[in-house]
Design a protein around this ligand. Sequence first.
Ligand code: FES
Length: 117
Amino acid sequence: MCARPISVDDAAGWIPVCDLDRLKLEAIVRVAGRDLLVIWNEGNIVACERACPHEQADLALGQVTAGRLHCPRHAASFNLRDGTMTAGWPSPPLRLYPVRITGEQIWIEMQERQPGR
Ligand code: FES
């Protein structure tokens, strides 16, 4: 998460997604109109793709525990720091997106953090 405020000049590419109180209450928030999630993870905000990179299960139905997002379909989980998946699964990592917060508003930058995928 980045606490730097967004100025008008650098707001391009950033979309507002929800407020902090809602995220703390719900833990996993679907981003309207996008296949993305925002997750409250042990005091940090994480943005990621909604479809599991293994077999596209809806990760909005998953669980967050101990810094990991658990897929609702299989026994695999993702590290919310870097998107890596439980060892042994034939899958690319979970895509993560840069996040900022201004006041109570959470923003996601649509440029992905892992351009190699
Ligand atoms: S669909 Fe998510 S781990 Fe298989």
